[in-house]
Design a protein around this ligand. Structure first.
Ligand code: SF4
Length: 279
């Protein structure tokens, strides 16, 4: 959205990046790139962060039980997982940004651009705030999520982690620890981004509540994903063996022993002769 705003020449005084501290490395890489671009164009770039570190709020902050009941001590520690109906990280972000507006631009009306794409308009949230006017340029430009991604890729931006493009395995690139991630996304993290999976394990080891609900803690999901991946591999191996056996039981063409030499005897393990590899 920022790139296109610059390209279209829309008014832009300042860009705010809110750093939860839990973003993927590629987000920080793109932030650094955009910051350089904005500095060149003499547009203010501001970075805001939570009042206290995300992990402190998640794991350590004393939080009073809503219903203490007969508990001996009325506090538990940390808001725990963020996402679903407990998006305390998002609430913190909105509060910090609005406070910044009040302190930096008192008595001014803020016009805010929000990067919601044309095909995700259900994400629009209405805040009762008469000081801020919200614009949705991607919707005005009728740019769907895929269009935005292509637009960025065409301009040399990507979200690669190692060799994996995040947008090819995740529906949405949000905090790596977000509880809103679905099982397909979590499985992809387990499979392709083991470093982030280790971090998720670390968080789960400190929160009793399973990340995705009953029977779906990070550890339980790991067992499930491992089993599913193993079953998939086994199925594939069986198919390859079956195909190999079928191929090797076919009547050999005239002269093929001469032609394929050792490759024919490897048919059971799925080895291919020159001809089929070329075909
Ligand atoms: S992306 Fe998820 S974890 Fe991050 S602040 Fe939003 S709801 Fe919380």
């Amino acid at each position: 959205m920022v790139l296109k705003i610059l390209e279209e020449g829309l008014p832009l005084d300042e860009v705010i990046f809110y750093d939860t501290g839990m973003e993927f490395a590629s987000i920080y890489r793109n932030r650094d790139r955009i910051r350089k671009l904005l500095v060149k164009k003499k547009i203010v770039f501001t970075e805001l962060c939570p009042d206290t570190p995300f992990l402190f709020d998640m794991l350590v902050r004393p939080v009073k039980y809503r219903k203490a009941g007969d508990r001996p001590y009325p506090y538990h520690y940390g808001y725990e997982w963020c996402g679903g109906c407990a998006r305390w990280g998002t609430a913190g972000k909105v509060a910090v940004i609005n406070r910044y507006y009040r302190e930096t631009y008192p008595d001014e009306t803020i016009v805010e651009y929000i990067g919601i794409a044309f095909d995700e308009q259900e994400r629009i949230e209405h805040y009762p705030d008469s000081r801020t006017i919200r614009n949705y340029p991607l919707i005005e430009w009728k740019m769907k999520e895929a269009d935005c991604l292509n637009y960025c890729h065409d301009r040399g931006y990507d979200w690669k982690e190692g060799g994996t493009e995040l947008y090819s395995i995740l529906d949405r690139v949000s905090c790596w620890c977000c509880r809103n991630k679905n099982l397909k996304e979590l499985k992809a993290i387990y499979q392709y981004l083991p470093e982030y999976w280790q971090r998720l394990r670390g968080i789960q080891s400190r929160i009793a509540e399973p990340m995705k609900g009953k029977g779906k803690s990070v550890f339980e999901l790991e067992e499930r994903f491992e089993r599913e991946l193993w079953e998939k591999k086994l199925k594939k191996t069986k198919e390859v063996r079956k195909n190999g056996a079928e191929n090797s039981s076919r009547k050999p063409e005239r002269g093929c022993f001469q032609k394929y030499r050792g490759a024919v005897s490897g048919g059971r393990a799925g080895r291919q002769g020159k001809k089929s590899a070329a075909g």
